[in-house]
Ligand binder design. Structure first.
Ligand code: ADP
Ligand code: ZN
Length: 746
């Protein structure tokens, strides 16, 4: 053939597009899509990914360079992930090579030689039959160690016993010499402990049965089938996922389960572990590089066919994908807010489509996007309307803060945080030996410090927000840039005394502890759960009922299943309502429903108290009436009228720079030119802004926004490309970030 062999590659650099290279004779026939290669690029050599043969060089290019080296004999990237990453790069306007790199585990995302990662060994002590603690009266540490071991079920990690009982390691060795204890070392995939053994329920509820049958049937039929599993809190959605995944594995296919945050849902992961043992790879953000690489390789080889993980697991190299599950599909953590700004739920659907697989989007409060897809018949909807064992849904009641709060204009004081009805309900709950959750979506003690004389508040010097007062660490902190400093004694501008206003979780915790001296109170937020271990410990202590009242941020609202909880109190429903975001009502409804859903999951009936200044707001009223359909119908109408998603596609342009004047100028310059390049109004494409972002400054950077709206993504492609073409003309001190299908609008 006259034509030389050509290859299309994506370079691992922040440049858009695919590049054509020559394939040297030595490499002909040795290239497979997804392989890492080295290519000359500019004046350097760089890592690149082979995508496939190229038909002809791009027009105008006369001199092609050659691929220098192939880095792996087998492609690191399975071929079926390439189309997904191509889609992601194009849809989210991100360089393909960088997108591929971000999907790969460390160790493969650079130009390193591939290496095999090893698992780590974990040591257990196991009590043997005949072990008799009373016989150890004269050996107190052996007695303590053995008693502990038996109390936790006869088997525990050495580290755990060692941490619980001083001198346990020596004691266990002596117990082993007596023949009462045996040691075991197991190679584990770390991440989540095996958890308690969870029985596979013998029978499904009738609704579960219908859902499982429909899903298994679709799975067996093969091909792309998208489903929405809309099940109220406590309806047993997890069991549905487990059964479908079970069937997929039986059919020799792979499974992928995406969850919002693993550390917050140890129970869900524990259930997958207890059902599938070592056949599941748990991929979470806390994994060490080595562990991540090992899991990737195990999946890649097909040794493990099932992956459970957070959003980045949507790129996990599961073989022969049969089913993809997205649990709590409405959760905003599925949207990545940096670099490749993808939405893992949306990519999960694309991946399932490309792979010809089943996809199940599950939630008690589906996103309006997913709901609209179901309404249009794109997704099949499965409903679980009742809780397992016919447990009643919790009863929701309202505490109208407008009337219960005492008014006295002469006293500058905040209304009490805990209303009388709340105190009464909490008292009753504790009296009965049951547990309660108090939810407030603001951490710290006081959310702002205000001068009593001049009204000035203490603000971050780098961000356009007030500092939060944290009592336990005695600091004033900025929740946007992480600034921490001493709490000012007096107002910086007039020297007046500072009032500590606006309640955070720390203050709620203190108030509950002061009111109920005998109650065991704990707090769950980013300040108390500083590490995954602390978080897991806190949740475990609450599950073991060593804590009576758990106060926390939205971390308490996730999918927890604590049967002892009969009371959930929303300390202030208004915090998320007031956010300047078109999703504020939806988020509020979801949060209140989800946190309320933690109540009454055991034998005892649950109740939910919502404290608010806005009892008539749509989300609050609908949560009270447990009326998801009513809420979503109204909210969809509103979105349609205001041209917001899911009826409109959006692309946000965020303009950021250190100099406020320059940033504003650049935003206006960009806005003018984008407006001039818009298609005619009949296309439905509109440009909003430029306007300063709701938080106009973060980390010293001024922030402006432009928003493109259009009926379809296709209608926006031209205007976005036109805007991109303008970016090289901007001063380098100002950065423009393109965010397709933006999540938070702050
Ligand atoms: P959801 O995710 O829908 O809120 P879960 O999956 O957490 O609900 O299920 C709630 C509880 O019911 C869990 O403790 C689970 O083990 C239990 N459960 C689920 N299905 C069944 C069943 N068919 N029989 C008995 N218990 C079940
Ligand atoms: Zn700040």
């Amino acid at each position: 053939m006259a034509f030389p062999t050509l290859a299309s590659v994506a370079v691992g650099r922040p440049v858009r597009g695919e590049f054509t290279y020559l394939v040297p004779d030595a490499l002909v026939g040795r290239l497979t899509p997804g392989q890492r290669v080295l290519v000359p690029f500019g004046r350097a050599r760089t890592l690149a990914f082979y995508l496939g043969p190229a038909a002809q060089p791009p027009a105008g290019v006369t001199q092609l360079k050659a691929i220098e080296k192939v880095l792996d004999p087998d492609p690191v990237l399975p071929e079926d992930l390439l189309p997904l990453l191509r889609f992601a790069a194009e849809h989210y306007r991100y360089p393909l090579g960088e997108a591929i790199r971000s999907a790969l585990p460390p160790g493969l995302s650079g130009a390193e030689e591939p290496r095999e990662a090893k698992g780590s060994l974990v040591h257990f002590a196991v009590a043997l039959p005949g072990a008799d603690p009373p016989a150890l009266a004269r050996a107190p540490s052996q007695h303590a160690a053995l008693t502990y071991l038996l109390a936790v079920g006869g088997r525990a990690q050495l580290d755990e016993v060692g941490a619980a009982i001083p001198g346990a390691r020596e004691a266990l060795k002596k117990l082993a010499q007596r023949g009462w204890v045996r040691f075991e070392s197991v190679e584990v995939r770390p991440g989540v402990q095996a958890g308690l053994e969870q029985r596979r329920p013998e029978r499904l509820t009738p609704e579960q049965g219908v859902a499982v049958a429909a899903l298994q049937e679709a799975l067996e039929a093969g091909g792309f089938h998208p489903f929405l599993l809309h099940g109220v809190t406590g309806s047993g959605k997890t069991e549905v996922y487990l059964r479908v995944v079970e069937r997929a594995l039986e059919l020799g296919r792979g499974g992928l389960v995406l969850v919002p945050e693993i550390a917050l849902t140890p129970q869900l992961v524990g259930r997958f572990r207890s059902r599938f043992g070592d056949r599941v790879a748990v991929l979470h953000s806390g994994l060490k590089d080595r562990e991540r690489l090992r899991d990737w390789q195990a999946l890649r080889r097909g040794d493990v066919r099932l992956a459970v993980g957070v959003r980045s697991a949507v790129f996990a190299p599961v073989r022969g994908l049969g089913v993809v599950v997205v649990d709590e599909e409405h959760d905003s953590s599925f949207k990545q807010e940096e670099k490749l700004r993808y939405h893992a739920r949306d990519l999960a659907v694309v991946r399932a489509k490309q792979a010809g697989a089943l996809v199940v989007l599950g939630s008690a409060t589906p996103s309006l996007e997913t709901l609209e897809n179901a309404r249009r018949g794109r997704y099949r909807k499965l409903l679980l309307r009742t809780r397992v064992d016919d447990r009643p849904m919790p009863e929701v009641s309202l505490v109208d803060l407008r009337v219960t709060r005492p008014r006295d204009a002469t006293v500058v004081e905040e209304p009490p945080i805990l209303s009388e009805p709340l105190i009464e309900a909490l008292g009753e709950t504790l009296e009965r030996g049951q547990q309660a959750i108090l939810f407030l979506n603001r951490r710290g003690h006081s959310t702002f410090l205000l001068c009593e004389v001049c009204g000035e508040s203490v603000r971050c010097t780098e961000c356009d927000v007030c500092l939060t007062h944290h009592l336990s660490s005695r600091k004033a902190m900025c929740h946007y840039c992480g600034y921490e400093g001493p709490v000012p004694e007096a107002c910086a501008s007039c020297g007046g005394p500072l009032l500590k206003l606006g309640t955070g979780t720390e203050r709620v915790e203190a108030e509950v502890a002061a009111r109920f001296a005998r109650a065991r109170v704990a707090r769950l937020d980013r300040d108390s759960a500083t590490t995954t271990e602390r978080l897991t410990d806190l949740l475990a202590a609450f599950a073991r009922r060593e804590v009576d009242v758990l106060v926390g941020t939205q971390m308490v609202a996730k999918g927890h299943d604590f049967p002892g909880v009969t009371l959930v109190c929303v300390v202030l429903a208004d915090t998320s309502l007031a956010l300047p975001d078109f999703r504020a009502a939806e988020r509020t409804f979801q949060l209140l429903t989800q946190v309320g859903g933690r109540a009454g999951r055991g034998a005892d009936k649950g109740r939910v108290l919502v404290q608010t200044y806005n009892p008539d707001s749509e989300p609050v009223r609908r949560v009270l009436a447990a009326d998801f359909d009513g809420f979503s119908t109204r909210e969809l109408e509103r979105r349609k009228a205001l041209a917001y998603p899911p009826f409109t596609r959006m692309v946000a342009f965020r303009v950021e720079g250190a100099n406020p004047d320059q940033t504003g100028q650049v935003a206006r310059w960009l806005g003018d030119r984008m407006a001039a390049r818009l298609p005619p109004a009949s296309s439905g494409v509109r440009l909003l802004g430029p306007a300063p972002a709701p938080i106009a400054r973060i980390k010293g950077k001024s922030r402006w926004q432009l928003l493109l709206k259009g009926p379809t993504h296709a209608s926006l492609a031209g205007p976005v490309s036109a805007a991109e073409a303008l970016l090289p003309e901007l001063p380098s001190a100002v950065k423009v970030i393109i965010d397709v299908d933006p999540g938070a609008m702050l």
